[in-house]
Structures are given as structure tokens and as C-alpha cells.
Design a protein around this ligand. Structure first.
Ligand code: CP
Length: 320
């Protein structure tokens, strides 16, 4: 019998930014995901029977949308989906605050992806049920970070991990969440990007002040034979204000079978996906490639999050 009382709502009703979580709270979520993972492998449970999750995606998604859907259904709950913007009242001019105020009367939690940084935080101010940030522009993607941490913990070693994070570190919201979370685990972080796509300086300043070991380079060769984890990201064409600038950095890094001759035996290669051309298809069958497992781990991790924000046996609506 799964424990119904291990709630997160007592400490964190909404899931907006990984920076709102302590290491202890993150460990609790990862432990919960490990407990629930057998159900993600084709099982079912009634843990969230009678609960409704609303999914509002104002930007495209495959993994986040479907893994939340799968997680909710594996736990016996149901999902209502907002559908396309064109098919909703947003096309008649309804703003996000009103949409959230309305939808929070229909569901026990809301998953929101939105192109504007800060949208999830703003939505939490108008919602009577937990808001789960599924990505806000170039801001944060905390549930991706939790599944990334879960993947590293399962497939490598999380504490003191040596990691290279490669690609679009400026616009990549998965990176902004992940780098901060890794600092809680004493990671050694090597940031590899074109000069134009470095992480925001405020983030590196925060991390340096907290004592995190962090380097920045444009040259992946400097760290490729040293790290335990290589975390690749897509250069996010859609976030470039100037398409010409995108063309100057597109295809900056590409991992092939040839590249793998220079890596540690136990290196793992991760990617939040979708990929464009960062990882050659020939790499998929190598022992280093864990990115499809990583996307699967989105299910148990999101089961953990859903069970912790609304699985504690009390009514989810009505504020706290
Ligand atoms: N990793 C990720 O957020 O993928 P989707 O955009 O497909 O949800």
C-alpha cells in the first residue's frame, strides 16, 4: 500500500522553480519517484483516483505533456487538456490570470507551459490549486531538472558528479534549473557553449558565491575525457530575436561514435530532447546513451510530484 500522507504541500504547494527547493526536499521527491517507478513500468494504482489534473501548454511539448498525462493516469487520476490556443478563449482575448482562476475551479492541480518567463509564478497568484511549471520561456523547467537528477542518481553518481553541460546555455531553461540544483550536490560543473550562448552572468555569480566549482569554455575537447556526465542541449532557434545570429551558432557541437573513443568508460550522455543534430543517431546504441531512459524517468518523477502535491488525502481546492 502506497503512503498517502507523504505530501509536499505542507512545504511547497506550487512547483515553480527548483530554487524554491532544498536538497532535502529534492531527495524526498527522488526517493518517492524510486518508490513509484515500478508502476511506471506498465502498472497502475488508485493513489490519485478521483483527482483531476489540468494541462495547459501554450508552447509545443511531447515529453512533458505526455509524461504528466501518463503519470496521472497510472496513478488512477484523470486529465483535462486545454488543447490549442486557437481552440480556447485565449483566442477571444482572455488573459492568463483569468484562465487560471477559471481552470483552478475544474482541477486539483494545473501543469502550465508558457512562453513568458515568470508566467508560472504569476499563475500561482491566481490559482486555488497547485501550479506546476512545465517551462516558462527561457526561465525554469523544474520537473525536467528533477528527472535529470533522478537519471544521474540512477545511471551515475549524483553527489560530487563531474558534468559538462553543452550547447545553448543562454536560452536553455533546463540548464538554468539544472545548474542550480547540481550546486546542492557539490557538483563540478563545466559549461561548454559558444560565447553568444553562455549562461546568464547572474547565475554564474550566484553559483561562484555559493562555492560551486564551475568553469566556462567554448571547447568541448577540454573536458570530454574527464567528465562523468555529458548533458547536451539543443540550440533553441525559436528564442533567437535575430535568425542570422542563430545561423552563426547552429551545429556548434555534435557528438558522434568517433567522439566516444575519447570519453570515460562509464560516461553517460544525457539530453532533455528534442535533439536536432547534437547527437548522431549512431550514438543511440552505445552504452553511454541514456537520453531515452531519461525521458522515461519523467513518468515516475512526475508521478512523485503529482502524488506529493495532491495525494495526501485532503481536498486540493480552497487554498492553504
Ligand atoms: N524535455 C522537454 O521539455 O521536452 P518537451 O518540450 O517535448 O516537453
Amino acid at each position: 500500500m502506497l503512503n498517502r500522507t507523504a505530501g509536499l504541500r505542507d512545504v511547497m504547494p506550487h512547483v515553480i522553480s527548483i530554487r524554491d527547493f532544498s536538497r532535502d526536499e529534492i531527495d524526498r521527491i527522488l526517493d518517492r519517484a524510486a518508490e513509484l517507478e515500478p508502476i511506471a513500468h506498465g502498472g497502475s494504482s488508485d493513489l490519485l483516483a478521483g483527482r483531476i489534473l489540468a494541462t495547459l501548454f501554450h508552447e509545443p511539448s511531447t515529453r512533458t505533456r505526455l509524461s504528466f498525462d501518463a503519470a496521472m493516469k497510472r496513478l488512477g487520476g484523470s486529465v483535462i487538456d486545454f488543447g490549442s490556443i486557437e481552440g480556447s478563449a485565449v483566442s477571444k482575448g482572455e488573459n492568463l490570470a483569468d484562465t487560471i482562476a477559471v481552470v483552478s475551479g475544474y482541477a486539483d492541480a494545473i501543469v502550465l507551459r508558457h512562453p513568458k518567463e515568470g508566467a508560472a509564478r504569476m499563475a500561482s497568484e491566481f490559482s486555488r490549486v497547485p501550479i506546476i511549471n512545465a517551462g516558462d520561456g527561457a526561465g525554469q523547467h523544474p520537473t525536467q531538472t528533477l528527472l535529470d537528477l533522478y537519471t544521474i542518481r540512477k545511471e551515475s553518481t549524483l553527489d560530487r558528479v563531474k558534468i559538462a553541460i553543452v550547447g545553448d546555455l543562454k536560452y536553455g531553461r533546463t540548464v538554468h534549473s539544472l545548474v542550480y540544483a547540481l550546486s546542492l550536490y557539490n557538483a563540478e560543473i563545466h559549461l561548454v557553449s559558444p560565447d553568444q550562448l553562455k549562461v546568464p552572468e547572474s547565475l554564474t555569480n550566484d553559483l561562484s558565491e555559493s562555492g560551486t566549482r564551475i568553469t566556462e569554455t567554448t571547447d568541448l575537447d577540454e573536458v570530454i575525457d574527464y567528465v562523468d556526465v555529458m548533458y547536451l542541449t539543443r540550440i533553441q532557434k525559436e528564442r533567437f530575436p535575430d535568425p542570422n545570429e542563430y545561423r552563426t551558432v547552429a551545429g556548434s557541437y555534435r557528438i558522434t561514435e568517433e567522439t566516444l573513443k575519447r570519453v570515460k568508460d562509464d560516461l553517460i550522455i544525457m539530453h532533455p530532447l528534442p535533439r536536432v543534430d547534437e547527437i548522431d543517431y549512431g550514438v543511440d546504441s552505445s552504452r553511454h546513451a541514456v537520453y531515452f531512459k531519461q525521458s522515461f524517468y519523467g513518468v515516475p518523477v512526475r508521478m512523485a510530484i503529482l502524488s506529493m502535491v495532491m495525494g495526501d488525502g485532503t481536498a486540493a481546492t480552497g487554498g492553504w
